[in-house]
Design a protein around this ligand. Structure first.
Ligand code: NAP
Length: 550
């Protein structure tokens, strides 16, 4: 493979590399390793001061991954998976960040990342066939290939509530948590947000805070995690079988080693359905999602499962009014991201924990002293936002990206993001996204997706190198056909029936719609593989030369 050696630029000149990778999360780390291993001069840019991406930033109390640690880890290197040992079934953020650091050390990744640096613009130069990117450090980088590993959940979002700047107490954001210890003892703490993040924070600090006030607008369904330490025998067995486990993950709709079922809910008599649900509740984790085949396709089946979980909430939470307010209604279960907890509902049985039901008592404003809802003011010493992200597209639209003929990404995506496989875009040659919109993104294990996407991009670059071509983009027809498939699949899924970040509903003015491939990671992988087997027939190579010849 040909390489371009980095020449130290004279002042004002660009640093020339082969591949520019944006982001040092799990996608960016693997991308840097992979392309460097192909002999390509690769440089990564990262806003944080170290690797880890979302796990670098999200240091909030109770932060934990609700995918099993054996799945939520790299499979590309047998040495790494043999050397690293997970301590828990579901790893906590410090352990995941330690793992990211271990990988970075092991593969010597840091030397090729520029930390504390943000890309401020990226523009395709059609004459030179390079992406030219500027950074907030004033540097200009040029690379034929630009890989956006910016993550689907990396642009935090404050709530749209007036008065945030007036609050005189401590204001903390889950996704930008301080790197120093935070004390809740004796304090009146308020939390806004009851998604996966809020649930983890609430159950963790409920027992520590003086008083905890949870301002809940939409309750989420959460299932028991049943986390536990991993014993040495199990770890040894798992390591022995890692290659087969990884292969199973790659062939699973979730990108993880989770059971899936071909059994529709109503194919079983009521007593057996009940037994299966009880067992899934006891087993914990996301096993619930794998016991019936049609939970996201059949509203009646979904309703029965939702009733079952509401019943469990009623059994755990002692105060009937609080229990009722915690029971999600009006949207299908699992149409908001299913959460896993260790003691979430139990936390509301504590005398110092208070649920403020903002459906009936909406937040009016944030004041100097706390939060004013319609019924009055709650004074707080500390306020925590767990209010989510401008997801999927936010990070890609956070700076100016300009493709062929001066088209900006913002313009291309003004009615919603379009792409082929979530990885490539017509009009944006040699620009690749890892886990981008219209791929399986947040519906499957992001590390499995990242490894897949980076490998696919690497195959494309190898193909181009061998063919001696300098630029590639998908045809408009291919992109349109993919978007049609994404929309058709979404049409049949109950996922689109809830107002969540999955459909862009959490950001004012954002185009609405489910822009993820809901067909399952395994099917997504088949589509991507077929593109390669078909000799990349859906792509245009060296468009300029082709137009000149025509
Ligand atoms: P989220 O699911 O978007 O939840 C945001 C919460 O903030 C919602 O409850 C939302 O209520 C509330 N909110 C926003 N604005 C509000 C306002 N003005 N007033 C009252 N409430 C307001 O965000 P998240 O919890 O950070 O989770 C995002 C994703 O990150 C998850 O879905 C998951 O994919 C990932 N994550 C995973 C884990 C894990 O592995 N365990 C942990 C954390 C996060 P409404 O719904 O009413 O808007």
């Amino acid at each position: 493979m040909s390489t371009n050696q980095t020449a130290t630029p004279a002042e004002g000149q660009a640093t020339r590399v082969d591949v520019l990778v944006v982001g040092a999360g799990f996608g960016g780390m693997y991308a840097l390793y992979k392309f460097r291993g192909m002999g390509l001069k690769t440089v990564g840019i990262e806003a944080g001061d170290d690797v880890g991406g979302v796990w670098y930033w999200n240091r909030y109390p109770g932060a934990r991954c609700d995918l099993m640690s054996i799945d939520y880890s790299y499979g590309f290197s047998d040495e790494i998976q043999q050397e690293w040992t997970w301590s828990e079934q579901f790893a906590a953020q410090p352990e995941i960040l330690a793992y990211a650091n271990f990988v970075a050390d092991r593969l010597d990744l840091r030397k090729d990342f520029k930390f504390n640096t943000r890309v401020t613009s990226a523009r395709w130069d059609e004459e030179q066939n390079v992406w030219r990117a500027t950074t907030d450090a004033g540097e200009v980088l040029e690379a034929p290939y630009c890989v956006m590993a910016t993550g689907p959940l990396s642009i935090p979002k404050d709530p749209d509530i007036p008065g945030i700047e007036r609050f005189k107490g401590e204001l903390l954001r889950a996704q930008k948590w301080p790197h120093t210890p935070v004390s809740y003892a004796g304090k009146r703490v308020g939390v806004i947000g009851t998604g996966s993040t809020g649930i983890q924070i609430i159950q963790e600090i409920g027992p520590q805070a003086g008083e905890l006030f949870v301002f809940q607008r939409t309750p989420s369904f959460t299932l028991p995690m049943r986390n536990h330490d991993l014993d040495a025998d199990y770890v040894a067995e798992m390591k022995h079988h890692y290659p087969a486990i990884r292969e199973a993950c790659r062939n699973n709709p979730t990108g993880g080693a989770r059971p899936i079922s071909t059994r529709p809910f109503f194919s079983l008599p009521p007593t057996q359905r009940r037994q299966l649900m009880e067992q899934a509740w006891i087993n914990g984790g996301h096993t619930f999602l794998g016991i019936f085949s049609d939970l996201m396709l059949n509203q009646d089946a979904n309703d029965e499962v939702a009733d079952f979980v509401r019943e469990k909430i009623g059994e755990i939470v002692k105060d009937a009014k609080t229990a009722e307010a915690l029971k999600p209604r009006g949207y299908p279960i699992f149409a908001r991201r299913p959460c896993l907890d260790t003691s979430y509902y139990e936390t509301y049985n504590r005398e110092n924990v208070h649920l403020v039901d903002c459906k009936n008592d909406p937040i009016v404003e944030i004041t100097e002293k706390g939060i004013r809802t319609q019924s009055g003011e709650t004074e707080l010493d500390m306020l925590i936002f767990a209010t989510g992200y401008d997801a999927l597209t936010g990070a890609l639209l956070a700076f100016d990206v300009t493709g062929r003929d001066g088209i900006s990404l913002k313009d291309k995506w003004k009615d919603g993001p379009t792409s082929l496989y979530g990885m490539m875009l017509n009009g944006f040659p040699n620009l690749f996204a890892v886990s981008g919109p219209n791929g399986p993104a947040a519906l499957a294990n992001l590390i499995t997706i990242a490894e897949h996407d980076v490998d696919w991009i690497a195959d494309m670059i190898t193909h181009m190198d061998r063919a001696g071509v300098k630029s590639v983009e998908p045809t408009q027809q291919a992109e349109d056909a993919w978007m049609k498939l994404v929309a058709q699949l979404a049409e049949h899924s109950l996922i689109r029936k809830a107002n969540t970040w999955w459909v862009g509903a959490n950001v004012k003015g954002k185009p609405q719609g489910l822009t993820m491939f809901v067909g399952g990671f395994n099917k997504y992988r088949d589509h991507c593989l077929k593109a390669k087997q078909d000799g990349y027939a859906d792509f245009v190579f060296d468009r300029e030369k082709q137009s000149a010849a025509a």
